[in-house]
Design a protein around this ligand. Structure first.
Ligand code: AR6
Length: 176
């Protein structure tokens, strides 16, 4: 599924983010930047140890913030590591922190003059965010960013299975 906001295409696909060829892929990391499971483990496995070495140098990343490393052996030149919130029921600023994770990743990509970026469904795995609400916020932030900034031409959301792809598609249809 695809839509265009100003000069930015927003695309949803089912797939594996480690195969993406956008300038950057986003990692759903943890605050310690220590490789865990899920998409984080897959990115470090595919990208090789250089990414972890850079993460150690950086030292950590607070929830809602983003940092950047090179892409190691990945096709993407950069990995933007962001930390989504752990979902604790919705009253712990989770929505604001999830939006910040998307917004700060996009800002970092813009600062680095990147033109394309791929996101996984941040916080939608181990961190337990309700997927429909997470999808709504993810798409909303990307649409807002595309309305205000024209430098990133392509934002891809890489959804790991059909179920979450359908959830993101429904939210995208509602928001455009
Ligand atoms: N490509 C795209 N999406 C993927 C891939 C992949 N290769 N692998 C998994 N997903 P999660 P979180 C999906 O748990 O909830 C890690 O241990 C997955 O199906 O990776 O933000 C970190 O170190 C789900 O829809 O991230 C943190 O400790 C989505 O990616 C913690 O997990 C996010 O699931 C972060 O948890």
């Amino acid at each position: 599924m695809e839509t265009k906001i100003n000069q930015t295409s927003i695309v949803l696909v089912c797939g594996d983010i480690t195969k993406e060829t956008t300038d950057a892929i986003v990692n759903a990391a943890n605050e310690y930047l220590i490789s865990g499971g899920g998409v984080d483990g897959a990115i470090h496995d595919a990208g090789g140890p250089a990414i972890m070495a850079e993460c150690r140098q950086i030292g950590g990343c607070p929830t809602g913030q983003a940092v950047i490393t090179t892409g190691g052996k990945l096709a993407a030149k950069y990995v933007i590591h962001t930390v989504g919130p752990v979902y604790h029921g919705g009253n712990k600023d989770e929505a604001e922190l999830l939006q910040s994770a998307y917004r700060n990743s996009l800002k970092l990509a813009r600062e680095k003059k990147l033109q394309s970026i791929s996101f996984p469904a941040i916080s939608c795995g181990v961190y337990g965010y309700p997927q429909k609400e997470a999808a709504h916020l993810a798409i909303k932030i990307c649409i807002e960013f595309a309305r205000e900034n024209t430098d990133i031409k392509l934002i891809r959301h890489i959804l790991f299975n059909r179920k979450i792809y359908d959830i993101f598609s429904e939210e995208l249809s509602k928001l455009v």
